[in-house]
Design a protein around this ligand. Structure first.
Ligand SMILES: [Zn+2]
Length: 252
């Protein structure tokens, strides 16, 4: 490198305001992992297994009105451990389809308002929302961003990693990639290649599962072995966990 180039770089870094330097600091690479639906007892067991990794995840609860007092107490203990308790719909419906048939107010009355009130009655204040079935459109995004700080849609398939849509994108609409064992696109090597890319490029991989199990027997189950493989990779490579609420505070 020429001396003159070095001088220009030195001059630019001297002139750069402090906040711009801060903003350009690369992210610590990691995973924003969430689990959807109603599997509180299984998540609570998994928490005992994976706490040694310092895992911090987001639980997206649907059908909150059906939980027992014991399940709600477990959710509070998960929250006290640093996990996020967030919203996934009162009845777990396809919002776009429901609005097309019944309109916006009916959707809010059926799916969103009763969920918020039952969660608030139980001392949870969800700030992020995951779309049931990933069913969303621009209208729903606008409607729900009046109520939540961040929305999670879904993405699937195994594209070349540079085209993967599930890296954190700096916006309040992000896309998670499923990691359940029954999926056609389930491939642990592919998931690990996403982590490798994230490590090299300082990115956050957004992933989601459902019921945590030691061994899968049905749809919508995330196996412990998948989590061990991901978390071992993270541990070996100094990667960290992000909750969705943390992502919502990072957005540009
Ligand atoms: Zn769901």
């Amino acid at each position: 490198m020429k001396i003159s180039t070095l001088l220009i770089i030195a001059f630019m870094s001297f002139m750069m305001p402090y906040d711009i330097v801060q903003a350009q600091e690369p992210l610590q690479p990691g995973i924003a992992l969430s689990f959807d639906d109603t599997y509180i007892n299984e998540w609570y067991e998994a928490n005992e297994v994976f706490r040694e990794y310092g895992w911090k995840v987001t639980f997206y609860l649907s059908r909150f009105h059906r939980f027992s007092e014991e399940e709600i107490a477990k959710l509070h203990r998960l929250e006290a451990d640093g996990h996020e308790i967030a919203a996934h719909g009162y009845h777990h419906i396809r919002g776009v389809d429901y609005i097309a048939e019944n309109g916006v107010e009916a959707y809010l009355d059926y799916e969103i308002r009763p969920m918020m009130s039952v969660m608030e009655q139980n001392n949870f204040l969800p700030t992020t929302f995951a779309y049931p079935y990933g069913n969303r459109n621009d209208q729903l995004d606008t409607l729900l961003l009046e109520r939540f700080q961040l929305l999670r849609g879904t993405t699937s398939g195994n594209p070349d990693v540079e085209n993967f849509r599930g890296f954190y994108n700096g916006s309040n609409l992000v896309f998670g990639r499923g990691i359940d064992s029954h999926r056609d696109d389930y491939h642990i090597e592919y998931l690990l290649s996403l982590l490798e890319y994230a490590r090299e490029k300082n990115k956050i991989v957004i992933l989601f599962g459902h019921k945590t199990v030691a061994e899968f027997t049905d749809r919508n189950q995330t196996e412990y072995n998948t989590l061990f493989a991901l978390f071992d990779y993270m541990k070996d490579n100094d990667m960290r966990f992000y909750t969705m609420e943390e992502l919502s505070r990072m957005k540009n």
